[in-house]
Design a protein around this ligand. Structure first.
Ligand code: SF4
Length: 183
């Protein structure tokens, strides 16, 4: 149970004020994980496998990541919904991803102000830098703010949206991204 004024409730209000479509608090026990999501990363349809410090294989074993996630108790799940010109609007998808990441980083600022240490998970690979340092042989530029994706931690995002009472898709010509803050 969460109370007004507790950190997750404050972060929920902050997420909504920052433009999240929905934000809900659930128990981490309700989050379904599956190590088979690693195979999707290894298929590299997003192009980030081996090209981002927050993606496999560099982020490490999915079993260790799922174990880390299970140490948390509550999660704030949030979603952003952004318009697209059409289903081939790749620029619009990138802009939506950047917007989602920006909201996630502002939420991280808010968590820092509250003095809470949280696990922050986003959508896709870490989008903090335009080109990940891994691709240029440089160290991570901002390891304290690098954000891995929900999928990298084995989270079934379709099941997560249902657990949080949210729609996974929100109509034609829109793109929906999910993020979570675990305390
Ligand atoms: S902060 Fe930059 S260098 Fe570090 S993982 Fe994210 S994109 Fe890569």
């Amino acid at each position: 149970m969460t109370m007004p004024g507790d950190p997750l409730t404050v972060l929920r209000e902050t997420a909504l004020a920052l433009g999240a479509e929905r934000a809900e608090i659930i128990s981490v026990k309700e989050i379904k994980t599956d190590r088979s999501f690693l195979a999707l990363c290894e298929a590299n349809s997003c192009g980030n496998y081996g090209g981002c410090y927050m993606c496999p294989p560099s982020i490490g074993s999915i079993d260790r990541l799922i174990g880390q996630l299970r140490r948390y108790e509550k999660a704030l799940v949030y979603q952003t919904v952004s318009p697209l010109a059409d289903s081939f609007d790749f620029e619009g998808m990138k802009a939506a991803g950047d917007r989602h990441n920006e909201l996630g980083q502002r939420l991280w600022d808010a968590a820092d102000r509250l003095g809470v240490t949280a696990l922050h998970l986003g959508a896709g690979g870490c989008r903090l830098c335009s080109v990940c340092g891994m691709r240029t042989g440089r160290p991570c530029r901002r390891p304290e703010r690098a954000m891995p994706s929900l999928e990298v931690y084995g989270v079934d995002v379709t099941a997560l949206s249902a657990a949080a009472g949210m729609r996974y898709v929100n109509g034609p010509d829109t793109v929906t991204y999910f993020g979570a803050v675990l305390l």
